[in-house]
Design a protein around this ligand. Structure first.
Ligand code: CP3
Length: 343
């Protein structure tokens, strides 16, 4: 049995002494111990070597004692397993040299056997579970099909993912087939992760907010709903849609256990839009971790008061930035642990 149950209880909507806390991208470049490993091994070697991935996963837990760990990996291991080449270029980010722009490109995209091509992820989960020693739960994750399509079609990060949208709007049949292939692979992948030992899964729809509400429905949400339907009996599902406040109402009745919120949506609005009953996760502006520790602590306490201590998981509104001082990240976590109801 896992000793720290705050996170899993919050996902069930149960009352807690204080809300649980973790940070998106908590295993990352703001940590000197992460940078030491990064200096020796390239990105996909770190992802594919269970000893390295598990070590990186537990680094922030050892240092700060968050209430949940998230497996070190990347959303782009999915297109890689689907026979789409993915490189991680230093100081550039993801680069896919052969983007999917036509039906012919789509023909080479496979639905892999995840137990073979992503076996290294399952091994990393097992190694991490051993290191965590049942102290805290482990989160597994995947990108949403739309967010994965963004990279597969654009070929790299982008301010507006115009080429990804162009494919959707000019060759919708190709886009939908690609989205369905990604969805089928993602469902098999997340089920395998749960079998390997993760206690909850998060779907990152990092670029969902690029779409209009109507297009979101067609190109993103309906595929996320398939993932929730397939997973919800096996593990709690958290959906984080960056910029997707407009969809919170629909998301709240989807079977998801919790919804991520970014910092552009107030706690009050997020509660209102999601109907007030579902667990919410978020939404500290990642740049606010650059404020002095005393300011961070005050703002975190205010944020908990705004969301309420129950049905709430403290997190950032998106991933932690690489240049955040370690003591500022610590102030964020400590503020939650020191939380006492003050209203
Ligand atoms: O949260 C965690 O600590 C687990 C690790 C994690 C990584 N990527 C490691 C990583 C998670 C959950 C992700 C998810 C991910 N990857 C997302 C969704 C979440 C989000 O932030 O929106 C996306 C869009 C990606 C794709 C991706 N991977 C990008 C855009 C980049 C480069 C951007 C950058 O910050 O430089 C990556 C690389 C990456 N993935 C790094 C890490 C720690 C940094 C590069 C490195 O370590 O060499």
């Amino acid at each position: 049995m896992i000793k720290n149950t705050l996170f899993l209880r919050a996902l069930k909507g149960e009352n807690v002494e204080r809300p649980p806390v973790w940070m998106m991208r908590q295993a990352g470049r703001y940590l000197p111990e992460f940078m030491e490993i990064k200096a020796k091994y390239d990105f996909f070697t770190r992802c594919q070597t269970p000893e390295l991935a598990s070590e990186i996963t537990v680094q922030p837990i050892r240092r700060f004692g968050m209430d949940a760990a998230i497996l070190f990996s990347d959303i782009l291991v999915i297109p890689q397993a689907m026979n789409i080449e993915v490189e991680m270029k230093p100081n550039f980010g993801p680069y896919l040299p052969n983007p999917i722009r036509s039906r012919k490109d789509l023909d080479s995209v496979i639905i892999p056997n995840v137990h073979d091509s992503l076996a290294y992820v399952m091994e990393a989960i097992k190694a991490t579970k051993e290191k965590l020693n049942n102290e805290v739960p482990l989160i597994g994750f995947a990108g949403s099909p739309w967010t994965i399509l963004c990279y597969c079609v654009q070929g790299q990060g982008s301010k507006n993912f115009d080429k990804a949208k162009e494919l959707c709007f000019t060759q919708p049949d190709v886009a939908h087939e690609l989205l369905q292939k990604i969805t089928d692979t993602t469902i098999a992948y997340l089920k395998a992760k749960v079998n390997a030992g993760v206690n909850a899964v998060q779907v990152f729809d990092s670029w969902g907010g690029m779409l209009s509400p109507t297009d979101y429905e067609e190109f993103s949400w309906r595929y996320i709903q398939q993932i929730i339907d397939a997973l919800k009996e096996e593990a709690p599902v958290i959906v984080f849609g960056k910029g997707c406040w407009f969809a919170l109402g629909e998301m709240a009745s989807s079977g998801a256990a919790a919804l991520g919120v970014d910092w552009t949506c107030s706690a009050k609005n997020a509660r209102y839009l999601s109907g007030g009953n579902i667990t919410l996760q978020g939404n500290f502006d990642p740049s606010r971790l650059l404020s002095p520790p005393a300011v961070i602590k005050k703002m975190v306490t205010q944020m908990i008061n705004d969301f309420g201590k129950d049905k709430y998981i403290v997190n950032l509104g998106h991933g932690i930035l690489p240049h955040v001082p370690v003591e500022n990240a610590k102030a964020f976590i400590d503020a939650v642990k020191e939380y006492k109801i003050t209203y």
